[in-house]
Design a protein around this ligand. Sequence first.
Ligand SMILES: C[S@@+](CC[C@H](N)C(=O)[O-])C[C@H]1O[C@@H](n2cnc3c(N)ncnc32)[C@H](O)[C@@H]1O
Length: 247
Amino acid sequence: MFRDVSSCNTYNYGDALYWDARYVAEQGGAFDWYQRYSSLRPFVRKYVPTSARVLMVGCGNALMSEDMIEDGYEDVMNIDISSVAIEVMRRKYELVPQLKYMQMDVRDMSCFPDESFDSIIDKGTLDSLMCGSDAPISSARMLGEVSRLLKAGGTYMLITYGDPTVRMPHVNRPVYNWKIELYVIPRPDFNSPAGCSSMKSYLEPVPTTEKGFLPPDFVLEDPDCHFIYVCKKMDESKICTHPSFKS
Ligand SMILES: C[S@@+](CC[C@H](N)C(=O)[O-])C[C@H]1O[C@@H](n2cnc3c(N)ncnc32)[C@H](O)[C@@H]1O
């Protein structure tokens, strides 16, 4: 399996103690990694019905779930390995019944039965696990749990800095049976170079090769862009098996 440590720098993002210390230092503040809900809204509204039962994995102290509720979502369960983050968020949203918070390791979500959720959203959490010492095992455990918890036809939306060469080998495994669409979005503060205006709409899925990689001639306008992998769990009962005809 590929391991991408290019953005891990010196912090141990795979370690719960690192996150607890960070959330203590942030003193109850809020921070959204990568993108705010306002930029992600077109994708979330396209793939996640407002009536969906949603699981936000590794919610941290982000405003994303609150913003979704304000936009009409009715049921967002949030989990995080950091008890500090969960305590802060639980207190903050104690009067918002649509938001629930539980301290949990995304690699073991056994307190939820199979097929509990219509949609699972991950903004930066698989990325954190990929920085841990046992990254390949952790990511396989996490994605196995995500697959187990998704209803057939449900979607896992992964928002990440990881390009397809380092993420597809993890998400595009036959055992999950996910149909994957890929989007590329610029960082919120990215300005196109002057005079270089692109006609590309980032609201359209990008073409990928058979292995799920970007075609060799694909140009990333923002080299530090973010990627959205929309992974739809296919309904196994509807897989067409052709009858074999024997003479
Ligand atoms: C990069 S932050 C992203 C936070 C939030 N999703 C956002 O968009 O701002 C990664 C989060 O994953 C959490 N995390 C790391 N490892 C985890 C694990 N094994 N299980 C659950 N959460 C984990 C961290 O505590 C942290 O809140």
